[in-house]
Write a protein that binds this ligand. Sequence first.
Ligand code: PLP
Length: 343
Amino acid sequence: MKIEKLVRPSVRGLKAYEAKEIPCKVKLDANESPYGYDISRAKIATNRYPDPEARALRDAIAKTHGVTRESVLLGNGSDELISCLITTFGGPVLHPSPTFVMYANIAIALGEKDVPVALNSEFDLDETAMLAAIRRHKPKLVFLSTPNNPTGNCFDAGAVLRIIERAPGIVVVDEAYQPFAGDKGYCTFLADYPNLVVMRTLSKIGLAALRLGYMVASTQIIAEVNKVRLPYNVNSFSQAHALHALKKGTLMRKAIKTIATEREAMMAAMSAMEGIEVYPSEANFIMFRVADQAAMHAALLKRGVLIKNLGAMVKGCMRVTVGTPSENKAFIKALREALGNGK
Ligand SMILES: *Cc1c(COP(=O)(O)O)cnc(C)c1O
């Protein structure tokens, strides 16, 4: 029996998401926070299913956004919510390119039409092209990651709002990196746009181990997406630990500030180097262009520093995550050596 023949055609051509564990001293490849948090000592009844509605945690999250519990839906990472959204609304699924790969991967796996629209030369939205593609394809879902992964920049807010206004379907603003950005994000627009969904995750702010993402939207959208959410998708440990960590909001905000300050220092040091081009960032990572991606990746790894080679996704570019001050120093030193303009 040929198993391959049994596999859905849309899945046959996919590649599994690669998250290779490369041993290194300084790990700056996955946009994780260098700062973690104490875990909850709450007693968990291991024989019982988790609270299926995660009421306490949803209440805590709802409070931070000034909405009610019914406007919040939790996912096993925001990846799961992307999957739930596409399962609920279907395609076409439209998004700029390059961006986070899961929008396309999940759309394709589910057999939906995927419509990538190229960003302009500054990696901002090409508003004319986006609006034309929206008129032509009438997407059920548009995904906009701002700040965008892997480019690091925020999209022009006017363009984002016009896309939300003109789109015939749902527009998901993915704010995985918003805590590191200067603006306040798009939650304030939820009341104005019934087709807007704002998605967040705890993964980039020190709690990647928990796998916890959430979306904020109208109660009607939440109720529809909740129909396809698998029961008990957020386990008891993640619910308890996330609730515990959120109560330490001050600590988390301080860490986020430190990372943003470090990012600016790294950008300044990198911009002064010859042989690379550094792109603006409002996230916890920086994208930069090099002469030879593979050679740069290897040269840094030889010096103990692991960063992300963006390969064909953004030709010529690399992405480095902001770490602790000492990790960042090690990266800057290794980069200077790799470029041959240091000792
Ligand atoms: C990392 C990332 C996510 C996924 O977050 P999880 O909550 O860990 O699944 C979503 N969107 C963007 C843009 C990301 O970079």
